[in-house]
Design a protein around this ligand. Structure first.
Ligand SMILES: NC(=O)c1ccc[n+]([C@@H]2O[C@H](COP(=O)([O-])OP(=O)(O)OC[C@H]3O[C@@H](n4cnc5c(N)ncnc54)[C@H](OP(=O)(O)O)[C@@H]3O)[C@@H](O)[C@H]2O)c1
Length: 268
């Protein structure tokens, strides 16, 4: 079992949702936590709660689309804790819009800037320290990184890009750093949907789309990610049936596309 206790863990996008819960849970298990996101007040609330519960946490207002912010986040963390063991690439934004209803595709650049370039900026700043500790880089990703998905064209593209980047970096670095992909389905209890871009290029805000019965709570999701770290897993699929995607894509692509259209239609 890999111990969480005593590790220093940097989590991007920890002002809400999966990142916030991961930060609190890992702190409870004895890790030193470094967190970054744009909403300073929410981020400080997370930090204060961790410290009140006896944990160690550094919070730095960070926009991961800015390389200088990522460098500052890492520098502040190293100044406080001296090393970095695990980088969790969690910050992300999404969309929900049929492509032919989109008025202006400009917001696709925002999706790419955050989900891909932002993650690259975070890795670039943290990598020397992760290599020093023979540490771990975790992508909090989605089934949409390994298959297409209706109404999520720009989001799926940005997560495919990140997967291509981390797979290539893993090849390049050999054993000096470990990588882990978290391939998620729908997770309840986060702000991803209300912050997602709609067809008019603005954020949807009102979260009217209910989650289907196969969705998983953010608490269970975080427990499974921590379990995966402790068991040194390469990839976690949540729910497990997402692990069938590569096979179904290879042998029955028409079935997969039909199923995905059905699932999306039922969510309307
Ligand atoms: N929820 C799901 O169903 C689901 C499914 C599959 C994958 N995921 C992935 O899980 C990750 C976490 O999402 P979530 O569901 O927990 O959503 P969330 O509650 O909206 O959390 C997203 C986090 O990312 C941060 N963020 C966004 N843009 C940022 C930027 N430019 N710089 C720094 N931080 C930024 C947000 O903070 P600020 O706004 O304060 O910056 C927030 O803390 C995402 O990568 C998402 O793609 C989620």
């Amino acid at each position: 079992m890999v111990q969480i206790k005593g590790k220093t863990i940097l989590i991007t996008g920890a002002s809400s949702g999966i990142g916030e819960q991961l930060a609190k849970k890992c702190a409870d298990l004895g890790a030193n936590i470094i967190i970054g996101a744009r909403s300073e007040e929410k981020l400080n609330n997370v930090k204060n709660e961790i410290i009140q519960n006896g944990g160690n946490c550094v919070a730095v207002k960070t926009d991961i689309t800015r390389p200088a912010d990522c460098k500052q986040l890492v520098a502040n963390g190293i100044e406080s804790f001296g090393s970095l063991d695990i980088l969790i690439l969690n910050a992300g934004i999404s969309m929900w819009a049929p492509f032919n209803e989109i008025q202006d595709v400009q917001f696709f650049k925002g999706l790419m800037d955050t989900n891909y370039h932002g993650a690259v900026n975070s890795i670039h700043a943290a990598l020397p320290h992760i290599q020093d500790s023979h540490g771990l880089i975790i992508s909090v990703s989605t089934g949409q990184a390994i298959m297409g998905f209706p109404n999520h064209t720009g989001y799926a593209a940005s997560k495919h890009a990140l997967k291509g980047f981390t797979d290539s970096l893993e090849c390049e670095l050999g054993d000096s750093v470990q990588f882990m992909d978290i391939i998620l389905g729908w997770i309840r209890g986060t702000n991803l949907r209300s912050n997602a871009f709609g067809a008019d290029g603005t954020q949807i805000r009102e979260n009217k789309k209910g989650h289907n019965k196969e969705s998983i709570s953010v608490e269970e999701c975080v427990d499974r990610i921590i379990d995966g770290i402790q068991k040194n897993k390469r990839t976690i699929y949540l729910p497990w049936k997402l692990s069938l995607i590569p096979l179904i894509r290879l042998f029955f692509p028409w079935y997969l596309n039909r199923k995905l259209r059905q699932v999306t239609h039922n969510q309307k």
